[in-house]
Design a binder for this molecule. Structure first.
Ligand SMILES: *Cc1c(COP(=O)(O)O)cnc(C)c1O
Length: 220
Protein backbone atom coordinates (compact mmCIF):
# COMPACT_ATOMS: atom_id res chain seq x y z
CA UNK A 1 0.00 0.00 0.00
CA UNK A 2 1.21 3.50 -0.81
CA UNK A 3 1.01 6.44 1.56
CA UNK A 4 -1.60 7.96 -0.73
CA UNK A 5 -3.77 4.82 -0.59
CA UNK A 6 -3.41 4.57 3.18
CA UNK A 7 -4.54 8.16 3.56
CA UNK A 8 -7.50 7.61 1.27
CA UNK A 9 -8.55 4.52 3.23
CA UNK A 10 -8.50 6.41 6.51
CA UNK A 11 -10.19 9.53 5.22
CA UNK A 12 -13.19 7.71 3.78
CA UNK A 13 -14.00 6.44 7.28
CA UNK A 14 -13.76 9.84 8.96
CA UNK A 15 -16.86 11.79 9.95
CA UNK A 16 -16.58 15.42 8.83
CA UNK A 17 -16.09 16.72 12.40
CA UNK A 18 -12.91 14.66 12.88
CA UNK A 19 -9.54 16.13 11.86
CA UNK A 20 -6.70 13.84 10.80
CA UNK A 21 -3.19 14.65 12.01
CA UNK A 22 -0.65 12.67 9.98
CA UNK A 23 2.03 11.67 12.48
CA UNK A 24 5.29 11.76 10.53
CA UNK A 25 7.91 11.45 13.28
CA UNK A 26 11.12 9.67 12.17
CA UNK A 27 9.91 9.65 8.53
CA UNK A 28 11.87 11.36 5.73
CA UNK A 29 10.59 14.49 3.98
CA UNK A 30 9.94 12.46 0.79
CA UNK A 31 7.32 10.45 2.67
CA UNK A 32 5.71 13.59 4.05
CA UNK A 33 5.68 15.09 0.55
CA UNK A 34 3.85 12.06 -0.74
CA UNK A 35 1.15 12.71 1.85
CA UNK A 36 1.23 16.42 1.04
CA UNK A 37 0.80 15.74 -2.66
CA UNK A 38 -2.29 13.71 -1.91
CA UNK A 39 -3.80 16.63 -0.02
CA UNK A 40 -2.68 16.20 3.59
CA UNK A 41 -1.87 19.55 5.24
CA UNK A 42 -1.67 18.71 8.96
CA UNK A 43 1.41 16.90 10.23
CA UNK A 44 2.32 15.87 13.77
CA UNK A 45 5.82 15.47 15.14
CA UNK A 46 7.07 14.61 18.62
CA UNK A 47 10.52 16.23 18.55
CA UNK A 48 10.78 19.99 18.22
CA UNK A 49 14.04 20.08 16.28
CA UNK A 50 12.90 17.46 13.79
CA UNK A 51 9.67 19.39 13.27
CA UNK A 52 11.58 22.66 12.77
CA UNK A 53 13.83 21.08 10.14
CA UNK A 54 10.89 19.62 8.24
CA UNK A 55 9.05 22.92 8.49
CA UNK A 56 12.00 24.66 6.81
CA UNK A 57 12.16 22.16 3.98
CA UNK A 58 8.46 21.85 3.22
CA UNK A 59 5.67 24.02 1.75
CA UNK A 60 4.49 26.79 4.02
CA UNK A 61 0.78 25.98 3.93
CA UNK A 62 1.34 23.01 6.26
CA UNK A 63 0.00 23.13 9.81
CA UNK A 64 2.53 21.66 12.23
CA UNK A 65 1.32 20.01 15.43
CA UNK A 66 3.66 19.20 18.31
CA UNK A 67 2.25 15.99 19.76
CA UNK A 68 5.11 14.90 22.04
CA UNK A 69 6.32 15.90 25.46
CA UNK A 70 7.63 19.43 25.22
CA UNK A 71 10.94 20.46 26.75
CA UNK A 72 10.60 24.04 27.92
CA UNK A 73 14.04 25.07 26.69
CA UNK A 74 13.10 24.08 23.12
CA UNK A 75 9.82 25.95 22.81
CA UNK A 76 11.69 28.82 21.17
CA UNK A 77 12.53 26.68 18.14
CA UNK A 78 8.87 26.19 17.21
CA UNK A 79 7.25 29.39 18.47
CA UNK A 80 7.35 31.13 15.09
CA UNK A 81 5.35 28.50 13.26
CA UNK A 82 3.73 25.76 15.36
CA UNK A 83 -0.03 25.57 14.88
CA UNK A 84 -1.12 23.43 17.84
CA UNK A 85 0.74 22.04 20.88
CA UNK A 86 -1.03 18.88 22.07
CA UNK A 87 1.07 17.92 25.06
CA UNK A 88 0.76 20.78 27.55
CA UNK A 89 0.93 19.22 30.98
CA UNK A 90 1.89 22.10 33.27
CA UNK A 91 1.37 25.79 33.92
CA UNK A 92 5.12 26.32 33.68
CA UNK A 93 5.09 25.06 30.12
CA UNK A 94 2.11 27.25 29.28
CA UNK A 95 4.01 30.27 30.61
CA UNK A 96 7.00 29.49 28.42
CA UNK A 97 4.87 28.98 25.29
CA UNK A 98 3.17 32.30 26.03
CA UNK A 99 6.50 34.06 26.42
CA UNK A 100 7.96 32.69 23.19
CA UNK A 101 4.74 33.28 21.23
CA UNK A 102 4.77 36.91 22.37
CA UNK A 103 8.18 37.38 20.74
CA UNK A 104 6.57 36.53 17.41
CA UNK A 105 3.31 38.41 18.12
CA UNK A 106 1.40 35.17 17.78
CA UNK A 107 -1.22 33.31 19.73
CA UNK A 108 -0.32 29.62 19.97
CA UNK A 109 -3.15 27.14 20.37
CA UNK A 110 -2.63 24.51 23.06
CA UNK A 111 -4.31 21.36 24.30
CA UNK A 112 -4.08 20.28 27.92
CA UNK A 113 -2.82 16.72 28.10
CA UNK A 114 -4.83 14.76 30.63
CA UNK A 115 -3.71 11.50 32.11
CA UNK A 116 -6.37 8.95 31.29
CA UNK A 117 -4.36 5.72 31.02
CA UNK A 118 -4.20 3.43 34.00
CA UNK A 119 -0.55 2.67 33.27
CA UNK A 120 1.89 5.20 34.79
CA UNK A 121 4.06 5.73 31.76
CA UNK A 122 1.76 8.30 30.16
CA UNK A 123 2.18 12.00 30.89
CA UNK A 124 -0.59 14.38 31.70
CA UNK A 125 -2.39 16.41 34.32
CA UNK A 126 -5.50 15.57 36.31
CA UNK A 127 -8.81 17.11 35.37
CA UNK A 128 -8.68 19.02 38.67
CA UNK A 129 -5.41 20.67 37.61
CA UNK A 130 -6.93 21.49 34.23
CA UNK A 131 -9.94 23.10 35.93
CA UNK A 132 -7.64 25.14 38.16
CA UNK A 133 -5.68 26.47 35.20
CA UNK A 134 -8.74 27.36 33.14
CA UNK A 135 -10.35 29.12 36.10
CA UNK A 136 -7.27 31.09 37.12
CA UNK A 137 -6.69 34.81 36.70
CA UNK A 138 -3.20 33.88 35.62
CA UNK A 139 -4.48 32.00 32.58
CA UNK A 140 -6.60 34.99 31.60
CA UNK A 141 -3.46 37.15 31.71
CA UNK A 142 -1.64 34.96 29.16
CA UNK A 143 -2.41 36.80 25.94
CA UNK A 144 -0.30 34.71 23.57
CA UNK A 145 -1.72 31.28 24.16
CA UNK A 146 -5.21 29.84 23.82
CA UNK A 147 -6.29 26.56 25.34
CA UNK A 148 -8.58 25.04 22.73
CA UNK A 149 -9.09 21.51 24.02
CA UNK A 150 -7.68 18.38 25.57
CA UNK A 151 -5.47 15.50 24.51
CA UNK A 152 -5.04 12.05 25.93
CA UNK A 153 -3.47 8.69 25.25
CA UNK A 154 -5.14 5.43 26.14
CA UNK A 155 -3.24 2.51 27.61
CA UNK A 156 -1.29 0.34 25.21
CA UNK A 157 -3.45 -2.75 25.52
CA UNK A 158 -5.64 -5.10 23.51
CA UNK A 159 -8.38 -4.65 26.09
CA UNK A 160 -10.94 -2.57 24.21
CA UNK A 161 -13.19 -2.22 27.27
CA UNK A 162 -10.34 -0.50 29.09
CA UNK A 163 -9.51 1.75 26.13
CA UNK A 164 -13.17 2.69 25.79
CA UNK A 165 -13.31 3.56 29.48
CA UNK A 166 -10.25 5.81 29.15
CA UNK A 167 -11.58 7.59 26.07
CA UNK A 168 -14.95 8.07 27.76
CA UNK A 169 -13.17 9.62 30.73
CA UNK A 170 -11.35 12.12 28.49
CA UNK A 171 -14.58 13.07 26.73
CA UNK A 172 -16.39 13.62 30.02
CA UNK A 173 -13.47 15.69 31.37
CA UNK A 174 -13.68 17.74 28.18
CA UNK A 175 -17.42 18.27 28.62
CA UNK A 176 -17.00 19.48 32.18
CA UNK A 177 -14.06 21.76 31.29
CA UNK A 178 -16.17 23.21 28.50
CA UNK A 179 -18.61 24.46 31.13
CA UNK A 180 -15.81 26.75 32.32
CA UNK A 181 -14.26 27.61 28.99
CA UNK A 182 -16.78 27.54 26.20
CA UNK A 183 -14.09 28.03 23.54
CA UNK A 184 -12.84 24.48 23.98
CA UNK A 185 -13.46 22.49 20.83
CA UNK A 186 -10.78 19.83 20.36
CA UNK A 187 -10.68 16.33 21.83
CA UNK A 188 -7.42 14.87 20.53
CA UNK A 189 -7.55 11.12 21.03
CA UNK A 190 -6.99 8.04 18.90
CA UNK A 191 -3.95 6.60 17.13
CA UNK A 192 -3.46 3.91 14.47
CA UNK A 193 -4.52 1.10 16.79
CA UNK A 194 -7.54 2.71 18.39
CA UNK A 195 -8.87 5.64 16.36
CA UNK A 196 -12.22 4.05 15.34
CA UNK A 197 -12.93 3.51 19.04
CA UNK A 198 -11.80 7.05 19.84
CA UNK A 199 -14.18 8.49 17.24
CA UNK A 200 -17.05 6.43 18.62
CA UNK A 201 -16.30 7.93 22.02
CA UNK A 202 -16.15 11.58 21.03
CA UNK A 203 -12.78 12.30 19.44
CA UNK A 204 -12.59 15.32 17.14
CA UNK A 205 -8.93 14.90 16.21
CA UNK A 206 -7.00 11.68 15.61
CA UNK A 207 -3.22 11.33 15.46
CA UNK A 208 -2.32 8.56 13.03
CA UNK A 209 1.23 7.57 12.12
CA UNK A 210 2.03 3.97 11.25
CA UNK A 211 -1.28 3.31 9.44
CA UNK A 212 -0.30 6.06 7.00
CA UNK A 213 3.49 5.90 6.77
CA UNK A 214 4.17 2.30 7.82
CA UNK A 215 5.99 1.05 10.89
CA UNK A 216 8.69 3.26 12.36
CA UNK A 217 12.27 2.09 12.52
CA UNK A 218 14.06 3.57 15.53
CA UNK A 219 17.34 1.77 14.99
CA UNK A 220 18.84 4.11 12.39
C1 LIG B 1 3.60 8.37 17.69
C2 LIG B 1 2.37 8.99 18.23
C3 LIG B 1 1.13 8.82 17.61
C4 LIG B 1 0.91 7.95 16.38
O1 LIG B 1 1.10 6.61 16.66
P1 LIG B 1 0.69 5.44 15.63
O2 LIG B 1 0.42 4.29 16.49
O3 LIG B 1 1.87 5.24 14.73
O4 LIG B 1 -0.50 5.91 14.88
C5 LIG B 1 0.04 9.46 18.16
N1 LIG B 1 0.14 10.24 19.25
C6 LIG B 1 1.32 10.45 19.86
C7 LIG B 1 1.37 11.31 21.07
C8 LIG B 1 2.47 9.81 19.39
O5 LIG B 1 3.64 10.02 20.02
Amino acid sequence: MSIKNNLTQIKIQLPSHVTLVAVSKTKPVEDLMEAYDSGQRIFGENKIQEMAEKHQQMPKDIQWHMIGNVQRNKVKYMASFVDLVHGVDSLKLLNEINKQAAKHQRVINCLLQLKIAQEDTKFGMTSKEAHEILNSEHYKSLKNIAIVGVMGMASFTENTAQITEEFTLLKSDFDSLKNTEENLKVVSMGMSGDYPLAIENGSTMIRVGSSIFGARNYTN
